[in-house]
Write a protein that binds this ligand. Structure first.
Ligand code: NAP
Length: 484
């Protein structure tokens, strides 16, 4: 005979994924849920990233929860603040705040007696039947390993720790790094600063992406006809998943060729051959995460902008000294140096069955089973775990797909006579062997440094098509799990 258990579930993180997990758990009738959030506000990456020009580079109508379509997006790609407002609005509508414990970081999680025992930075202790980690991937800022930052007399900060009180107007500003973040900042501030120096270690391929406003009349059509909004969502998802994502994993050579051509034609818009040569990457399109911008090349060609390609020697009191001996005098240094994407929810200490810690399990790199679960860590469900599809497509969609997979396992716990569910070691091993076997065929392994590959050479992303990911998330292979 089966019984329905009253499950207690902890979600870690009140960003886009954590909010979604809460709402969807409640929709499934699971109300005993606590979200632990280390900051004092919700919103995750959209709360932390407030730099000038911060914009989603996935077209907005493709970037929304399935259960909250939004006809109001103001631009093709919405500004970060607007996405944060969307998340807050969704949270209000679903009474999410009542479930969130702010300022409380989970420091330990121990699997004992069929429960996860959590400890928090505030000394809180509680036990749960299951844990969902929703801690994001791009949230541990990387500070550059360059000496002298403390010697700099001006302001210096990482892009995810933006100092709102520092004005860049009329200042000499140095930006270190040339990823998505740096290119957005350069385009946004070049006209207000006195001088902009962009310190480039590696050139990037850039796809043009028009950032047009969405006219009021169009919004009115979307409001009046939800089916029209849904069709736009499906169109964007198809472009991102079946063309773009497939191109990257080698499953759509035609789309890949079109992408290469678009990047090359975009670069050809840079008039000065010397500058163009400096901006030309020496690796394949798609090896690093693609940058989408419609204003970066224009900005870097402005008279007050300089692309510096000599390596950085050190930071000094008055600016940045490059390896050619030149001092670049600066008032503000912006470190657009990215994130440690492999730390995931660490420094949390997680101990699973038989005292096995996650640090031990992941000593040679993060490995799970289909990105959501880990052997020996029962009832531990990750949104954004190792080998999640991370790329130029909607994270909200990926998070919902992963949640759907986790929910099917959670419902087994609730509705069956089960207290534990975890993937079998052999199943996880087979999955990880398949990932490793596929890696050499992917564009990410074609010869560049990127945050997709960890220090052990493991790929952090999903190496197959998005369709395969969706199919795998839709239907768990039950024989791959062990239960108790
Ligand atoms: P990133 O892509 O990792 O870029 C970091 C940049 O800093 C790279 O150019 C890197 O150079 C440079 N760098 C790092 N350490 C350095 C050092 N010691 N000296 C000189 N240069 C150094 O980081 P990001 O631009 O913050 O973007 C991270 C991810 O966030 C993106 O890929 C994307 O997924 C997401 N993002 C999304 C949006 C959006 O619109 N949705 C916007 C911003 C960010 P190398 O290339 O040589 O390593």
């Amino acid at each position: 005979m089966t019984r329905e258990r009253n499950l207690r579930i902890a979600i870690i993180g009140a960003g886009a994924s954590g909010l979604m997990a809460l709402i969807r758990l409640r929709e499934a009738g699971i109300e005993d849920v606590t979200i632990y959030e280390k900051a004092d506000a919700l919103g995750g990456t959209w709360r932390d990233n407030r730099y000038p020009g911060v914009t989603c580079d996935v077209p907005s109508h493709g970037y929304r929860y399935s259960f909250e379509p939004n006809p109001e997006w103001s631009r093709v790609c919405a500004p970060g603040a607007e996405i944060l407002d969307y998340l807050k609005k969704v949270a209000r509508k679903h009474d999410a705040e009542a479930f969130i414990r702010y300022g409380e970081e989970v420091t330990r999680a121990d699997w004992r007696d069929g429960h996860w025992h959590l400890e928090t930075s505030k000394g809180g202790r509680d036990a749960f039947d299951a844990v969902i980690t929703a801690t994001g991937i791009l949230h541990h800022p990387v500070m550059p390993d360059i000496p002298g930052l403390d010697d700099f007399a001006g302001e210096a900060f990482h892009t995810a720790r933006w100092k709102d009180e520092v004005s860049l107007k009329g200042k000499r500003v140095g930006v270190v790094g040339t990823g998505s973040t740096a290119t957005q900042i350069v385009g946004a501030v070049v006209d207000e600063v006195a001088k902009l120096s962009l310190f480039q270690r590696t050139a990037q391929w850039i796809l043009p992406l028009p950032q047009a406003p969405i006219p009021e009349e169009q919004k009115a059509l979307y409001r009046a006809d939800p089916a029209l909004l849904e069709r736009e969502y499906q169109r964007i998802s198809f472009e991102n998943n079946s063309k773009f994502a497939a191109a990257i994993v080698g499953a759509n050579p035609h789309a890949y060729k079109a992408m290469v051509t678009a990047c090359e034609e975009n670069l050809a818009r840079v008039a000065d051959p010397e500058l163009r040569a400096k901006l030309t990457p020496n690796y394949a399109v798609g090896c690093k995460r693609m940058i989408l911008s419609d204003n970066f090349y224009e900005a870097i060609q402005k008279p007050n902008a300089e692309l510096v390609t000599d390596g950085i020697e050190r930071f000094e009191r008055d600016g940045i000294r490059t390896k050619d001996g030149r001092l670049h005098p600066l008032d503000v240094i912006v470190l657009a140096t990215g994130f440690d994407t492999h730390r995931l929810f660490r420094p949390m200490q997680v101990t699973g069955r038989a005292g096995r810690t996650l640090d031990e399990a992941w000593a040679q790199g993060n490995e799970g089973y289909k990105a959501v679960t880990v052997p020996d860590f029962p009832n531990w469900f990750m949104i954004g775990g190792p080998n999640s599809p991370i790329g130029n497509f909607s994270w909200l969609l990926t998070a919902e797909n992963q949640f759907n997979f986790a929910l099917q396992l959670i419902l087994k716990l609730r509705d069956g006579n089960l207290s534990e569910i975890a993937p079998k070691r052999e199943a996880a091993q087979a999955f990880n062997e398949a990932v490793r076997a596929k890696l050499p065929d992917t564009i990410w392994a074609s010869g560049c440094q990127s945050w997709y590959i960890d220090p052990f050479g493991n790929i952090a992303s999903w190496p197959w098509t998005y369709e395969k990911f969706e199919a795998d998330m839709r239907a768990p292979v039950w024989e791959d799990f062990e239960v108790a």
